[in-house]
Design a protein around this ligand. Structure first.
Ligand SMILES: *Cc1c(COP(=O)(O)O)cnc(C)c1O
Length: 409
């Protein structure tokens, strides 16, 4: 008898974006003339930078000629891309990362979700609340949690990100073996200082834990004092793995390219307490279950590091940050507490009422779509996430409408 993985039955159906779509569709049906502006889901809206498109086209042409055609590439990615990443994203910032510690993949979501499988099932995971749901759900699927009761999975160490903690996770009192961190944060837009990151590295070293550091929004950092990589902290190489993606950095959400950094000195332990390097385990997992990102996509990603690509990506992110600054400024002026939006495309707004109530208010009175914070976890109750991924004109229009709606209320 074929049986199912019953851990899947513990998963909570995620109605968040389906619920949003349903409410928006119902509103549009009742108000056919009204134009709705979407500042909801975390997807980019601007096209790929010209330098990436050019490299992409050129690589496709290479695939058309026998002399330059490429079949399977190295599963870990082509050296041309791994070397550029190591040099430009890490060594240039004083972080000691080499090309063979970089694994190119088709997404940071998959990497975040897959990485847990090289660790034991009976370890303890620590996960922020509110959170990008992938960290939690993939551990539920793997059987690393108990049942869902009172809005939470048993056995998970939740790190509450509230006003009291500055909307970032603080070191848990409970001992955790695998800690998920995301900076700049989705959904709160919060950032971390190097001093705070140092404390996490110390925690991991003391507890023989590993930190999974998701830096998908790294290029949104504009404050020079903030660390871009966990590997800027001394000692992190022994206890941390970092995820990066070209999705938000260069508009690759539909093109698919990301990478994971697994330092060779990063250790996990056998039941007997023997240290074992994690790099060969991930290498084995990656090469067994993945056959590499397509050659043209890797060439398109490489173009991000060309002088033109750099300028164009910078412009892309600057445009989104300009939207974010406007949202933050307007919401603050209207008397709402805002987190994020200066080194992040997300603004986390205290709606001063139930998340869904504030969502409905913005939809009905301003015809603007945001994301209810409670959909990201219990600690998101009362907040909404407003995303800067749209055109400046639309964001201007949205903020004018929100101002009118709030001053009229
Ligand atoms: C968008 C996002 C990613 C990137 O996912 P891809 O699979 O590379 O598109 C990773 N982590 C977080 C927190 C994100 O919001």
């Amino acid at each position: 008898m074929i049986r199912i993985n019953e851990h899947y039955l513990k998963l909570q159906a995620s109605y968040l974006f389906a619920d949003i779509a349903k409410r928006v569709a119902a509103f549009q049906k009742d108000h056919p003339g009204k134009e709705v502006i979407k500042l909801g889901i975390g997807d980019v809206t601007r096209p790929l930078p010209a330098a990436c498109i050019q490299a992409f086209h050129q690589a496709v042409d290479e695939m058309a000629e026998a002399a330059t055609f490429r079949g399977y590439g190295p599963e870990q990615g082509y050296d041309f891309l791994r070397e550029k990443i190591a040099r430009e994203d890490f060594q240039a910032r004083g972080a000691d990362v080499s090309a063979d510690e970089i694994f190119i993949s088709d997404g940071a979501k998959c990497d975040n979700g897959n990485l847990q499988e090289i660790f034991a099932t009976d370890i303890t995971v620590a996960i922020p609340d509110p959170v990008y749901p992938v960290y939690l759900d993939t551990n539920v699927m793997a059987g690393r949690t108990g049942d869902f009761t009172d809005g939470r999975y048993q056995g998970v160490v939740y790190m509450d990100c509230t006003r009291q903690t500055g909307f970032v996770p603080t070191i848990p009192k409970a001992k955790a073996d695998l800690v998920y961190l995301c900076f700049p944060n989705n959904p709160t837009g919060g950032t971390i200082t190097k001093a705070q990151l140092k404390q996490w590295v110390e925690y991991a070293r003391t507890n023989k834990a590993i930190l999974l550091f998701d830096a998908a929004y790294e290029t949104f950092i504009r404050d020079d004092r903030l660390p871009h990589s966990i590997f800027e902290v001394d000692g992190a190489r022994d206890v941390a793995i970092e995820f990066r993606s070209f999705s938000k950095t260069a508009g690759f959400t539909g093109t698919r390219c990301a990478y994971t950094v697994v330092p060779k000195s990063c250790m996990a332990y056998t039941a007997a307490g023997e240290p074992r390097p994690v790099h060969p385990l991930w290498n084995r997992r990656h090469t067994t279950k993945f056959n590499g990102v397509s050659y043209p996509v890797q060439r398109a990603a490489e173009a991000v590091y060309s002088p033109e690509g750099r300028t164009q990506c910078r412009q892309l992110i600057d445009d989104y940050l300009r939207n974010a600054a406007l949202i933050r400024k307007e919401m603050t002026a209207l008397g709402y507490e805002c987190i994020g939006g200066d080194n992040s495309p997300y603004i986390w707004v205290d709606g001063k009422m139930d998340s869904w109530k504030f969502f409905d208010f913005l939809l009905e009175k301003a015809n603007v779509v945001c994301t209810p914070g409670v959909g990201f976890g219990r600690c998101g109750a009362g907040f909404v996430r407003i995303s800067a991924f749209n055109d400046y004109e639309n964001v201007q229009k949205a903020m004018e409408r929100i101002r009118k709606a709030i001053t009229a209320a």
